[in-house]
Write a protein that binds this ligand. Structure first.
Ligand code: 16G
Length: 162
């Protein structure tokens, strides 16, 4: 399949990588499995193949969306994913801001520290890309989990929904 981003940007795999798991970029033909995974995070709604492919092309062209997936080599299924988004700024000398989004591990694969793996990879990639800050939003009960990767509770997150 067609890679969303250049996989040379992935950190070299190390001994922390569980056996039977491959870390790679989202591919355009991962649609069904990736959307099923996202359903475990929030509402996805109807996304046609055309919708998916258009959005994939937009993200690929932008070159600032890094959707990292974990593939279970025994089933060839996508069992985890997390997104690093890089935002272009003028502040901080035309700096880059990183955001971690849509972190999800398949129900059947929980408790194997795959979320830890995804977060470590994204933090490493964000540092390598030179972001001056990296942030994420999470539910209160996940604060202790995310604290492990260097995040501190900082400013308030305000939201309005449409
Ligand atoms: C969580 C996610 C965020 C995702 C949102 C979806 C992480 C670290 N945070 O906040 O990325 O977009 O849930 O929830 O994965 P929503 O449908 O209520 O916006």
């Amino acid at each position: 399949g067609n890679s969303l981003f250049n996989e040379d940007l992935l950190p070299p795999s190390d001994s922390n990588l569980p056996a039977g798991i491959r870390v790679r970029s989202l591919h355009s033909d991962d649609m069904d499995e990736y959307l099923k995974l996202l359903e475990q995070l929030t509402s996805v709604g109807y996304v046609s193949k055309t919708d998916f492919e258009k959005r994939f092309a937009t993200m690929k062209t932008a070159d600032s969306y890094f959707i990292v997936v974990l593939e279970d080599l025994s089933t060839s299924k996508v069992v985890g994913a997390a997104t690093l988004v890089v935002e272009f700024k003028y502040i901080h000398e035309c700096g880059l801001r990183g955001r971690v989004e849509d972190v999800v591990v398949d129900e059947s694969m929980r408790g194997k520290k795959l979320g830890v793996l995804l977060n470590r990879i994204l933090v490493e990639m964000a540092k390598n890309l030179g972001v001056y800050k990296l942030s994420l939003e999470c539910k209160t009960d996940l604060i202790p989990f995310y604290t492990k990767f260097g995040y501190k509770e900082n400013i308030h997150f305000m939201v309005q929904r449409f």
